[in-house]
Design a protein around this ligand. Structure first.
Ligand code: NAD
Length: 292
């Protein structure tokens, strides 16, 4: 049986680890929060007393941690030494490309960066998308494990390519969401109904996911967060984090991303004004209130 060490059992990690236990993997979990570890045990996993304990003898070690500094702290050569010699590390956290590459290069075991999209619902329902960077052989070894937690698994290239894909995708998402919000706000001023704009744009060249799946006004897409007072969904604070990573990468690697920079500034302001726990589509409310 494949032994998995799972470190970081938060909003995302716990349901992912539960799905692995349900799929029949032997999952040893560790988190600084003992309640999270107890919840994994209740779902059929085992409790590790610390991170090296979770890695002990593991074939696959998965980390799902808040940020790059936590991954640096936890995923060390000493931790790798505790694992089975043929083991593979998979970091599912969203972190910067440079840290992903550095940590992978220092590790005496193959390591994949495999950030996800799909949020807590995707983690619970095992429908996440994984964007994976790393060597072919490690990807092949990890694939059945990722398949127990997600639906789409895309091998994007070498180490760091998964984080690169995540940063590019979420920068595009933020820009398209702000654009969609602005179109609805202009429509309101012009006396055009939300439904009329939706009916036209969703079948025209303005069509995008922010409009057709995640519509920022209530009505046209009944399942979007706008219909439940912008309860997340995908919290604005997480979008701010991802835009920060995208801008860090743009600066470090010399890409001109003026709209990405503006989107970051807009989400920083939205979060500072109390929108951080709202869904990221809730930025339409701040835009509506903004002076022309
Ligand atoms: P979270 O804060 O709920 O969970 C992080 C967990 O890591 C916490 O339980 C914390 O106790 C634990 N932790 C921190 N340092 C640790 C250490 N040294 N050892 C062991 N455990 C430690 O965060 P989350 O929402 O689960 O997100 C995890 C990652 O997934 C982040 O990088 C986030 O950007 C990314 N992500 C989140 C979502 C989402 O919708 N929540 C969606 C996509 C990606």
């Amino acid at each position: 049986m494949t032994r998995i060490g799972f470190i970081g059992l938060g909003n995302m990690g716990l349901p992912m680890a539960r799905n692995l236990a349900r799929a029949g993997f032997a999952v040893a979990g560790f988190d600084l929060n003992a309640e999270a570890v107890a919840a994994l045990v209740a779902a059929g996993g085992t409790a590790a007393p610390h991170a090296p304990g979770a890695a002990q003898g593991a074939d696959i070690v998965i980390t799902m941690l808040p940020a790059g500094r936590h991954v640096r702290e936890v995923v060390t050569p000493a931790l790798a030494a505790a694992t089975a010699p043929s083991s593979v590390f998979i970091d599912c956290s969203t972190i910067d490309v440079a840290t992903a590459r550095e940590v992978a290069a220092l590790l005496p075991r193959p390591m994949l960066d495999a950030p996800v999209s799909g949020g807590v619902m995707g983690a619970e329902n095992a429908t996440l998308t994984f964007m994976v960077g790393g060597a072919d052989a490690a990807f092949a070894q990890a694939r059945p494990v990722l398949a127990a937690m997600g639906r789409n698994i895309v091998h994007c290239g070498a180490a760091g390519a998964g984080q690169a894909a995540k940063a590019c995708n979420n920068m595009l998402l933020a820009i398209s969401m702000i654009g969609t919000c602005e179109a609805f706000l202009l429509a309101e001023k012009l006396g055009l109904s939300h439904q009329a704009l939706f009916d036209v744009a969703s079948t025209s060249s303005g069509q995008c996911w922010s409009l057709t799946t995640y519509c920022p006004v209530p009505g046209p897409v009944p399942t979007s967060p706008a219909n439940r007072d912008y309860k997340p969904g995908f919290a604005a604070a997480l979008m701010r984090k991802d835009l920060g990573l995208a801008q860090e990468a743009a600066e470090a690697f010399g890409a001109a991303t003026p709209l990405g920079a503006m989107a970051l500034e807009m989400y920083e302001n939205f979060c500072a004004e109390g929108g951080d726990t709202a869904d990221f589509s809730g930025i339409i409310q701040a835009l509506r209130a903004a002076p022309r």
